[in-house]
Design a protein around this ligand. Structure first.
Ligand code: ADP
Ligand code: ZN
Ligand code: ZN
Length: 824
């Protein structure tokens, strides 16, 4: 029998996503020479407008287009294989629909710069450029020559130099070879990383029995003996022995190794090391699971089988990380990939080093501080199926080959929400969607579940697995509330410290235990006041008071970054007697140094830990016991694990609850519970002191009782009463304009439109808590919607129409309107 196959479909057009804020995809024609070669998810070079070239991603292939459409041709295919799967494109579609942004904005968030060149892209010479390189093609030579004479060239200029339309191919090759670079990364210019190693000469490597001869050869030099012994020690643990490690272990320098190389004992060599893979120190196996962990793993596996979303609610120190690792192992064994999301990479060096110790270079970390080349390396690793991808929110966009499991650690963390620019997505929610689209399970882990997630458990949408005890049988810390008002009245307070807290610190120090103090405010003091007339030192560009930073001796704006010198006197009445009010981490550190002159005190906040390395230096010092008291902002709350911290002090518990929105209680509960969770994790029971003016605040009492259920029940009731999420879906609109008058006009126009269509669901316009930032006046609308996809999509259409109307209104055309779905 003859089976007749239908001829393979020939698509003549492609809908392409461009990395610009276009509402839709743009249609291109597939030219004859590319017929049958263009696939969904491929990156292609296309022209847009008169002369602009872009890298686009093929969204869909089309057989026909509406008659009369003059589609420009696709110019070239940039990578032979698709860089995105249909699942990922589905994810992009969802993101742009759900978060009301364009596909181009999603593309920009998702793809590393090297993979989306455009004619504006600037190029410059890279570190691997060598004037005498004989292997350059004629065209490559022309480009590098031009770059020698001009610091930088745009891709458009390169086109002119080569006198050809498409240059992406050549440029990509030069980028791969690191002969040229994208200019935006000049600051952190990529250098090939070389490490100097040493190994035994071939003879000794092959015949270890002969090693005795090597010892004989250096018996006359004690330094050479030391070096050889150090080498043997280190080589037991490491495949490649770096020269540096010998210098450190044997206290010798390069001349000793060179002499030994001359004698034929050692061979010196260098190796390029990948930047995303690090030399792994000692490999370890993960510890035995505790009974509680075994049970949790079994329960989660049950949930995984049903491909469900599962909340792992485990108290601080219960050992959730070890549970994740067990689950990862199963996926790795089957050849799949795991995405392990963590809130902020810089703040999680501890977890990454724990993972790397066990899984070595199966672990790849993706974060915002990687340069463009490193990002491409990580992308390729994901495409190649590397097993454990760890990253902050943007790692959701990696092109996974075989994603089998997503873990969202600290699912409650606000930094999962991207504030700016669009897409303004919550990575936890997006992860749940990604899991759904891939038909794989997702695990959300935390000690302090978000109200939304816990509501999903209660309504049966998610599974729940609990770990109620700390690992190793350690008891949960004791939490004590101290009344600041009472201490003030009795004159027992010293600066911002209650007598109770000071006593605990003193005890801890004398027992050689460590202390963590928490205040969620950096700088020395948040305001400078005139007591006569009430004048406040404020920012010129923003409606906020300036924070005094003592070390820099200046007043800084935490919103626009501008700063001012210390004023001589009040700018309003001339009174020279000005008062600093309130305190931040810098003042606490300062005062502590006077109260405990012997103690080693350090501060961990945005000012002292701006870079990843300054952060890890402080963490390491604290781990090693070189710091007695660590003062910090919310930076110290995130998943840190120290053995010897017994006392934790929260200096202003009520302040942590004073956010100006409906998540205030939730945030405060999470923040304080997480800080408290740093106490007494390993050896002894911890002690937590909460200082507060308000000692009757229900949330504080719930924290005191470590009563998450009680907190949840009360909070969810309030959300229900006022129709806040999870009982509604919120969309926040923020209007920005440099002129207050036009902002008010625009707000009125939008208000009329929105309220006509959606009535009482619309609240606003309202001036936000801070009404002006960087000289832009702000106005908010809040829209509370019924929780249905239909309501959301209708609302988004109404909003879009409203924005168009505003932009067509005289004087209002330059109003910026930001749409934020599920705002924070
Ligand atoms: P959580 O993330 O739940 O707060 P961690 O995962 O940080 O807790 O675990 C708390 C501490 O207990 C860590 O120091 C961790 O190394 C240790 N730990 C947890 N499980 C094990 C285990 N199975 N074997 C050895 N140590 C463990
Ligand atoms: Zn004054
Ligand atoms: Zn400012």
């Amino acid at each position: 029998m003859n089976i007749e196959f239908a001829p393979t479909q020939t698509y003549l057009y492609a809908a392409v996503i461009l990395p610009i804020a276009l509402k839709k995809t743009y249609t291109y024609q597939i030219p004859d020479e590319l017929l049958g070669k263009v696939e969904q998810g491929m990156s292609v070079e296309v022209q847009f407008g008169k002369s602009k070239l872009y890298t686009g991603v093929v969204h869909t292939l089309l057989e026909t287009v509406e008659p009369g459409l003059q589609a420009k041709p696709i110019l070239a295919i940039l990578e032979e294989i698709p860089i995105l799967s249909s699942k990922q494109l589905q994810f992009w579609d969802w993101m742009s629909t759900y978060y009301a942004c364009t596909l181009g904005e999603v593309m920009n968030a998702a793809m590393p710069a090297n993979l989306k060149l455009s004619s504006d892209t600037k190029l410059s010479l890279g570190s691997a450029y060598d004037e005498n390189d004989q292997n350059l093609s004629n065209k490559e030579f022309l480009i590098t020559e031009a770059l020698r004479h001009n610091q930088e060239l745009s891709l458009g200029q390169v086109r002119k130099i080569l006198n050809q339309k498409t240059v992406h191919g050549i440029v990509n090759k030069l980028l791969d070879k690191k002969i040229i670079f994208l200019n935006e990364q000049v600051a952190a210019r990529y250098k090939r990383k070389k490490v100097a190693y040493v190994r035994l000469e071939f003879l000794y490597r092959e015949e270890p029995d002969l090693l005795q001869e090597a010892f004989d050869l250096c018996s006359k030099s004690s330094r050479q003996m030391e070096a050889l012994m150090a080498f043997i020690q280190i080589s037991r643990k490491k495949k490649h022995v770096s020269r540096k490690s010998i210098y450190e272990a044997a206290q010798v320098d390069g001349s000793v190794l060179k002499a030994m190389a001359k004698k034929g004992i050692f061979e010196l060599y260098e190796k390029d090391v990948s930047r995303i893979d690090s030399e792994i120190d000692e490999q370890e196996t993960a510890g035995e699971l505790s009974e509680q962990q075994i049970k949790a793993v079994a329960e989660i596996n049950n949930s995984i089988k049903k491909k469900r979303v599962c909340l792992l609610h485990g108290v601080t120190g219960s050992g959730k990380t070890r549970v994740y690792m067990e689950l990862m192992q199963d996926v790795i064994d089957k050849g799949g990939q795991v995405l392990y999301l963590i809130p902020e990479i810089a703040l999680t060096t501890q977890i990454i080093s724990r993972l790397k110790k066990v899984y070595g270079n199966d672990v790849v970390v993706y974060h915002s501080r990687l340069n463009n080349n490193e990002r491409v390396e990580v992308w390729k690793a994901a495409l190649a199926g590397r097993s454990i991808m760890v990253g902050a929110r943007s790692s959701l966009f990696l092109p996974f080959k075989k994603l089998e499991l997503i873990i969202v650690d600290e699912e409650h963390d606000p930094s999962y929400k991207q504030i700016d620019p669009a897409p303004r997505y919550n990575a936890r929610d997006a992860a749940v969607y990604l899991a759904f689209a891939n038909k794989i399970p997702a695990i959300l882990g935390t000690a302090t579940p978000s109200i939304e997630t816990y509501h999903n458990v209660k309504t049966g949408k998610y599974d729940l697995v609990e770990m109620k005890e700390r690992f190793g049988g350690i008891e949960m810390p004791e939490i004590q509330l101290v009344d600041k008002r009472d201490e003030l009245k009795k004159k027992k307070m010293k600066q911002e410290f209650t007598s109770v807290l000071l006593e605990e610190i003193k005890n801890a120090l004398s027992n050689k235990e460590q202390v963590i103090l928490f205040q969620n405010r950096r700088g020395y003091s948040p305001t400078l006041n005139c007591q006569l007339c009430g004048w406040k030192m404020e920012c010129l560009n923003c409606d906020v008071s300036l924070t005094y930073h003592k070390f820099a001796d200046q007043f800084q704006c935490h919103y626009c970054g501008s700063s001012k010198r210390h004023p001589e006197s009040c700018k309003a009445c001339g009174n020279p007697d000005l008062n600093l009010k309130g305190f931040g981490t810098e003042k606490i550190e300062d005062d502590l140094k006077i109260l405990f002159p012997e103690a080693k005190i350090k501060r961990l906040d945005y000012d002292t830990a701006k870079t990843k390395s300054s952060f890890s230096t402080i963490i390491n010092q604290f781990e090693e016991g070189d710091i007695d008291i660590l003062v910090g902002t919310q930076m110290i709350t995130k998943g840190l694990d120290f053995e010897n911290v017994r006392v934790v002090g929260v200096l202003s518990a009520d302040q942590a609850l004073a956010y100006p929105d409906f998540r205030a209680s939730e945030r405060g509960f999470q923040l304080i519970t997480q800080v408290a969770g740093r106490a007494g994790r390993k050896k002894i029971k911890g002690k937590v002191i909460l200082q507060s003016f308000d000692i009757k605040h229900p949330v504080i009492l719930e924290i005191l009782d470590q009563d998450f259920q009680g907190f949840y029940n009360r909070e969810i009731q309030e959300r229900k009463e006022f129709g806040f999420p999870p009982y509604s879906r919120m969309i926040k609109l923020t209007l920005k304009h440099a002129k207050l008058m036009y902002l008010q006009d625009a707000s009125r126009v939008l208000e009329t439109h929105l309220k006509y269509a959606m009535g009482a669901r619309v609240q606003g316009p309202a001036i936000p808590h801070i009404g002006r930032i960087r000289n832009m006046y702000l106005m908010n609308f809040w829209i509370k919607l019924e929780k249905s996809p239909l309501a959301a999509s209708q609302a988004k259409k109404i909003i879009e129409a409203g924005i168009n109307i505003v932009h067509k209104t005289e004087g209002c055309s330059s109003t910026r309107i930001i749409v934020d779905v599920d705002p924070y």
